[in-house]
Design a protein around this ligand. Structure first.
Ligand code: SF4
Length: 227
């Protein structure tokens, strides 16, 4: 895979650093990673706000599942997510709720542990690893696949195959992984949604989707099609 850093630098120049993850503590980040499954970030914020100043592992350990489900109701699938949050908290308890202790463990071990937690899939695990545990794992979501596919990259069916293909072609730097995923999300929101808004897209010159599929319909000036 070539040109990934070029994509990153172009998005960074266009949107600036995103400074993710939007959370006050690593534990809040982990909770947000569960709550964001199958919903918008706006709904996650509502659910997080419902905790007030109670959002701690100790609170999640002791609160009844039914009460927890009520608190996180705005995030949808709240009964399932309450159980997932309980399971995540049980995992965190193994480390005495000490994030520094977790960060001492190597990334692969932590990834396996997280994937063994109820409701934590690969995307959620990699988000937690990168944004809460400071282990660089490239987070893949539907936006990433869509954008890279439109840019002309071959997308393997397997999550980990694509992740490794990306990771093997960029430096293993936490800051880069953190910002790259956040910039992809920003780009998907601003331009590359399901029905892309290609006018003014910073990646327009190198985009195969635009040059192959939309050439006749975009009615953009020819000088935009140099790449
Ligand atoms: S030119 Fe259009 S399809 Fe291509 S990356 Fe930009 S918004 Fe997406």
């Amino acid at each position: 895979m070539e040109g990934l850093l070029q994509v990153y630098n172009t998005l960074l120049a266009a949107y600036g650093p995103r400074n993710w993850w939007p959370a006050r503590t690593p534990f809040e980040m982990m909770v947000g990673a569960i709550l964001t499954q199958n919903t918008t970030w706006k709904n996650v914020e509502k659910a997080i706000n419902n905790f007030g100043n109670r959002l701690s592992p100790e609170f999640l350990e002791n609160v009844a599942v039914e009460e927890l489900a009520g608190i996180i109701r705005p995030s949808g699938y709240y009964n399932q997510k309450a159980l997932k949050l309980k399971a995540l908290t049980t995992w965190f308890a193994k480390y005495s709720y000490n994030i520094d202790k977790v960060r001492e463990v190597n990334g692969e071990t932590l990834r396996l542990e997280l994937l063994g937690v109820k409701g934590v899939g690969r995307e959620t695990a990699d988000s937690i690893l990168t944004y809460a545990l400071h282990k660089p794992y490239f987070v893949l979501d539907a936006y990433t696949k869509r954008i890279f596919s439109r840019l002309g990259y071959e997308i393997p069916a397997s999550y980990d195959e694509l992740r490794l293909r990306i990771e093997n072609n960029i430096p293993q730097e936490l800051y880069l992984y953190n910002e790259f995923h956040a910039l992809i999300v920003e780009h998907a929101k601003r331009h590359c949604s399901k029905a892309p808004s290609c006018g003014g897209c910073p990646l327009l010159n190198g985009c195969t989707k635009l040059s192959q599929d939309n050439y006749n319909t975009m009615k953009l000036p020819l000088q935009n099609f140099k790449g």
